[in-house]
Design a protein around this ligand. Structure first.
Ligand code: IFM
Length: 429
């Protein structure tokens, strides 16, 4: 097993194309976002050439997600051709010695699931666990690393609080309900996967979530209240889920306080890191307690660089986030880190600087198990459509021709160096 897994990540709806049976597709057809995913990168048809490209770039791992709505297009009806499709992908990866890192839920839901209330429905836990169980049985011979849920808080924030993603709900109460169900869904999925590997596969397996982590900093350095807001933000957005899944103790004042049926349901911590946010105290009400995000323009002296979507490029933030995670004494894998840029030189610098931050954290005792750049291909960036380009590989959407960017080679060279320097977790991970 490679000591340091590295490569690039994708998600089904963003690259596969024609995922007509999920809630995002329906949202797009209703005209709720500017672009429709359409055939996206046509990865569903072109996965062989894409995997060959990954192999040529020397990646030793590849992170991607399974599209639940393809595997279970109607409730309880499993589509064997979709299972065969993903089996082909696993075989192609294995043939080339590329370790698959598999996400079970990356923002999209089968339409039938949404129509039953989606993640607001308490039954969602059972329904998701049934899907996980089926998929584990089918793919476990090929998979050692599973991510149950990608960015749970991002998903619930946009879908249930801001309402700009499906199902378009704006309610803190709904958001907290969804959080509760997602946490329990992860715990059950963890249990099912581990049980199956223990009983049937008899090899080790590593299960986690991909947790979006931001580097929060006070908007006014001398403001006590801004610092309080930063602490509260860190507690809610960065720590709450990890602490709950690690210790089994789920606590949110006035809403939930319970011991989960299992503790230690993270075998490692999956981290998605992109940027730093400046936080300003806004008041004590429930809506305001986590403070407000300051406009980056207010911090022009500090903010050196932005990406195309206006997110600050702040490599030190990765170092700070990783250092904070040391308290859990678990290995960490960077599941996503990337930039949408017009100029690939910016992406080259981004990769080099973030890998330097990772190396610094490793030298100070953070156990690092891997790094995945987001993304392999330019792809469908949700509500932002096809505009932002995150890929180390450019996609010409008119022809579907792939053009490997310089940053792809820089990523390969830098990660190979990290492997040679043995910048990775000590345990067999
Ligand atoms: O494209 C997304 C991905 O789906 C989840 N993490 C952040 C990426 C960039 O916004």
């Amino acid at each position: 097993m490679p000591g340091f897994l590295w490569g690039a990540a994708t998600s089904s709806h963003q690259v596969e194309g024609s995922n007509t049976k999920n809630d995002w597709w329906a949202w797009e057809q209703e005209g709720r976002v500017k672009d429709s995913s359409g055939i996206a990168c046509d990865h569903f048809q072109r996965f062989r050439e894409d995997i060959q490209m990954i192999a040529d770039l020397g990646h030793n791992a590849h992170r991607f997600s399974l599209e639940w709505s393809r595997l279970e297009p109607s409730e309880g009806q499993w589509d064997q051709s979709a299972f065969d499709h993903y089996l082909e992908i696993f075989k192609e990866l294995h043939r080339r010695g590329i370790e698959p890192v598999v996400t079970l839920h990356h923002f999209t839901n089968p339409l039938w699931f949404s129509q039953k209330g989606g993640w607001l429905n308490p039954e969602s836990i059972i329904i998701f666990t049934r899907y996980v169980s089926r998929v584990t049985q089918a793919f476990s011979p090929y998979v050692r690393y599973w991510i149950t849920i990608n960015e749970p808080l991002v998903y619930l924030y946009f879908g249930f609080i801001e309402g700009s993603w499906p199902p378009g709900i704006k309610s803190i109460h709904a958001g907290l309900k969804v959080l509760y169900h997602l946490i329990h869904a992860h715990v059950q999925a963890y249990r099912v996967i581990h049980q199956y590997y223990e009983d049937v596969i008899k090899t080790p397996v590593w299960v986690s979530i991909a947790k979006h982590m931001s580097c929060f900093t006070p908007a006014r350095k001398d403001s006590f209240m801004d610092r309080v807001s930063v602490h509260l933000r860190n507690w809610f957005f960065n720590d709450l889920m990890i602490t709950a899944l690690h210790t089994g103790f789920l606590f949110f004042p006035g809403v939930f306080c319970e011991y989960l049926p299992l503790k230690n349901t993270l075998d490692f911590i999956g981290v998605n890191y992109y940027t730093r946010d400046f936080i300003r105290f806004k008041g004590w009400s429930l809506m305001n307690i986590l403070g407000d995000l300051d406009d980056k323009a207010l911090h022009e002296n500090e903010v050196k660089e932005l990406n195309v979507m206006g997110w600050e490029v702040f490599p030190d933030g990765l170092y700070h986030v990783l250092k904070r995670l040391r308290r859990y004494k678990l290995p960490v894998m960077i599941m996503e880190n990337g930039i949408c840029a017009k100029d690939d030189e910016q992406r080259v610098r981004f990769i080099q600087d973030h890998l330097a931050a990772l190396k610094r954290a490793a030298s100070e005792g953070v156990e690092i198990g891997g790094y995945f750049y987001w993304s392999l291909l330019d792809n469908f960036e949700w509500a932002h459509g096809f505009g932002p380009r995150f890929g180390i590989v450019e996609v010409d959407y008119a022809t579907q021709i792939r053009i490997i960017r310089k940053s792809a080679y820089v990523l390969s060279e830098s990660c190979r160096n990290l492997v040679n320097e043995r910048v990775h977790a000590e345990r067999s991970f």
